[in-house]
Design a protein around this ligand. Sequence first.
Ligand SMILES: Cc1cc2nc3c(=O)[nH]c(=O)nc-3n(C[C@H](O)[C@H](O)[C@H](O)COP(=O)(O)O)c2cc1C
Ligand SMILES: Nc1ncnc2c1ncn2[C@@H]1O[C@H](COP(=O)(O)OP(=O)(O)O)[C@@H](O)[C@H]1O
Length: 310
Amino acid sequence: MQLFRTARDLPESLLHGAVTIGNFDGVHRGHAALLERLKAQAERVGGPAIVFTFDPHPVRLLRPSETPPPLTWTDRKAELLFDLGVSAVISYPTDLALLSLTAGEFFESILRQTLAARAVVEGPNFYFGKGREGNVHTLAKLCESAGMTFEVVEPTIEAGAIVSSSRVRQLIVDGNVGEASQLLTRPYRIRGMVTHGAQRGSKIGFPTANVDAIDTLLPKLGVYAARAITSQGTFAAALNLGPNPTFGEHATKVEAHLLGFSGSLYGQPIELDFLAHLRDIRPFASIDALKQQLALDVAATQAIVARHSS
Ligand SMILES: Cc1cc2nc3c(=O)[nH]c(=O)nc-3n(C[C@H](O)[C@H](O)[C@H](O)COP(=O)(O)O)c2cc1C
Ligand SMILES: Nc1ncnc2c1ncn2[C@@H]1O[C@H](COP(=O)(O)OP(=O)(O)O)[C@@H](O)[C@H]1O
């Protein structure tokens, strides 16, 4: 299981396998179903199961203003793909040279010369080559003439609709993180670095790690039950994503109170799994009223995290 950030000088073990190309943002159940077919094709041809993905997403280079933040950072995506049994992930450093290849050139350069693929697996809405000129019909013909197997995997349907990264993204934007987790293979996760806040949290008995430098999509503002993954262990966490109106602070921040933790997290990386939306943020008439509500949020978090762990 290896993540490659280049397609140059790949080891021999990555050649002659089954390949799928795509963004795999979030790594959802539709992706998981496609990877089952990828693994079956890999076994059939006696080679590796390879995911070829892009970093950054091609649209980020072509139309930056139209690109929402991704659901997963590259290392996380690779970790999730490895958990689903993929042999290797190639995260291609997307550049304009790659994006200007025609469908035929892309096929020749990536699938034939770089990977010497024996089988290719895609969903029906796969497009490739300059201006998205190639589709599954183009690819089927190219594969046939090159003697490669090509398989199209039908999309996964859940509750009457196709499972897609954009559907997961919408659920997250709506704060519906529980439903998003159902469509993903794991709870929705963000990462960041712990910075200094106003130093109020410990004074009121609920210290919070303020999390900065988040590089993926943020859920709707609100209070959430979460799980915090730190270098000092994994903890249940009551999370506030938004302002602190009780203190007249209106800037959005992400802060997590870790249950059963004491010590310092300043300057350290942290990852947060969103398990459930608890309530909206609101101003409280007094600090005591806020503290009473925080105690309820902590109890709710404890119950939800316990349910997730069992
Ligand atoms: C689970 C949780 C829920 C919170 N809910 C609210 C809220 O509804 N309204 C509010 O004004 N502040 C809320 N807070 C934020 C506290 O006001 C905040 O943690 C405190 O101001 C500490 O800020 P500091 O980290 O900058 O010191 C919440 C914090 C947590 C951890
Ligand atoms: N249970 C805990 N949950 C979160 N942070 C904690 C906890 N215990 C100690 N800390 C530490 O205390 C800091 C938060 O304290 P706080 O008074 O809210 O300060 P700040 O306003 O700088 O975030 C965290 O960044 C972390 O280093």
